[in-house]
Design a protein around this ligand. Sequence first.
Ligand SMILES: [Zn+2]
Length: 300
Amino acid sequence: MSFQEKYPRPYYAKYEPVDIGNDFGWFQVYRLPGDVFAITEQRHCEEVTSFLIPGDEKALLWDTGEGFYDITAVARELYNGEIIAANSHSHFDHIGCNHRFDCVLAYDDPQAFYTAERGAPHALFGNLLEADMFAGDLPEGLDPETFSVPPYRICPVREGDEIDLGGRVLEVIHTPGHSSDSMMLFDRTHGILFTGDTIYDAAMYAHFNCPEFGYSNVDDYIASMEKLISRKGDIRALYCSHNDLIVPPSRIQDVADALKAVKSGTVLQHLGVEPEQQYLEDGSVLTKCVFEDFSIVCRI
Ligand SMILES: [Zn+2]
């Protein structure tokens, strides 16, 4: 089934929509428990979500979206004060408006610096800018022949760093696996873990192996899950950067178990990966390992 046939996805109806003055006909915003806004881009097949996390003194924008429209204009409608930005990792669909900030917090990893210097060149988008990757019209002003994400500046953060927004502190947790620069933010007050692409309710990717997309690593991925499991008593909800917005914390253990099954070769159900999901990779060795609620794409 094509992306267009799946649109609109039913799971967004679970959440409280927020009307904003100018959504560009593109963004749809939801208010989530714990005073967090999800800014979704559900008309593109990536279905990426950025989160605005308000504090008493400033707000943090967790990823800056695809860059087809200015997400900072949406964030400013939702928060009247200073807004800083941080990246879950530096894949192209999370960094689109990074250049609109003086500096974006990113994990201190070579992948984050590599992408910041270059932005996301047009070639990285592959077929993702073709008309059938969008529900409805293409974004106004988007030239699918030339679109790219400009370079930007990052301010590196490291494991255990705390970002104080005033009345809300976000802790940096390094979670390599999907990419070496993947990190999560943990809001201890509300028990919310912002997971980026490392955990979400769809196919998770652990196969990247080139400088443009960085390097996935199943062993690192497992270690990241073990680190989260050691803190599971504090985690009440996972706020994810693609597809459904909130996933229960039990998913951490499920993903850990799945990755271990992948590594040990005991996964029963394997499927090929569609060509459009191969990105820049050669594709010949990619496998999609299917589990009950999600799948993992890797090189086995
Ligand atoms: Zn990613």
